[in-house]
Ligand binder design. Sequence first.
Ligand code: ZN
Ligand code: ZN
Length: 412
Amino acid sequence: MRGRARPAGRGERGRQNQGGGVALSTQTIQAVVIADYDQTPQVEWVELQDPGPGDVRVRIHAAGICHSDWHAVTGTLPLPMPMVLGHEASGTVTDVGPLVERVRVGDRVVVTWVPACGHCFWCLNGAPELCETANRGAVSGTGADGRTPLRWRGQPLHRFSWSGTLATAAVVPESGVVRIGPDMPWREAALLGCAVQTGVGAAFGAPIVPGDTVAVLGLGGVGLNVVQGARMVGAARIIAVDPVAWKRELARELGATDTVDASVDVLTALLDLTDGRGVDVAFEAVGQVPLMALAFNAVRRGGTAVMVGVPMPNAELSLNAFAFPSQEKTLTGSWLGGSHPARDIPRLEALWRSGQLRLAPLTTHTYALHEVPEALQDLLSGRVARPVVVFPDAEAPATRARTHDPAQAEEE
Ligand SMILES: [Zn+2]
Ligand SMILES: [Zn+2]
């Protein structure tokens, strides 16, 4: 049995077999593991298998921390334990398994968390974010075959939604990575994995027409990106709502025209800002049932409320039923922003390159891997909108990279 202690003579990216064309078996990596619900996440040495058919191994350079990671810790998202946290990252492909066609060793990629199968009902009907295989694996913490490439203390180790990116490396399906250009900073690219796709995508998918007024309830990593998305599709007024003052100011920097302190009567404030009519489109970006109802109540007749935040799986929402026919309101949801990662991540990258999508203001707070518990506390307390773990060699000179790694010349 492999113990948890660091194996003698091997570094964090050490391998049992190196080079010579010999098939690799496992790699010992460091990963943020939760042993069980409500346990403090710990950095552990774990075994990561070689990529199997259709899989790639990615050396992680930067990884964002999402509220969903915290929900896994508490069991609000009842995922199988033990588990490696993390589901948005950037990194370099270091190994590819058989049958991989789209990416090569050395590619710089974003890792995302709904690796669509491409042939289920939803994939064939233009909704890969609802992919049956990918979402089943998200719940089971394993691949489609029920297995996981990770082991810890001799036992299978689950991973958060196919990814487990709060780790020095991850083995993920090819469809869970998308190539990015050489000039994109690792920490900014990482946010394309979840927060940006989810937030910007929700706005792009909503029925916003140029000149509309929208409200965004909750200004975390996702909500702030809804603000940016609404700006990019031409909303004239973007009302950003949050109890934390500095987040409201950050929202203004990203495109909000008005802000409301969430500790006041938000519904009245939103009605006051819209001549008593309500907003055209409202987004709930927290996952709290009362806020979801508030979003619905804050839209005008004929308006749309979009649920983006993730509530508990058994949560129920109570709304005035009469409002649906009599006010022609629409209530809808958005999962990963309705994103098709292979199509949309390059578009988001292009928007970043054009200056319309701003990522640097969202990546000001960085942490080392062992600081993830502190980062989670900072996320919960509202001190940080999106904590980003940056790995030691991610932003260091190329001399730290290994000589046979083709990615080294591209290190920032
Ligand atoms: Zn997320
Ligand atoms: Zn599918």
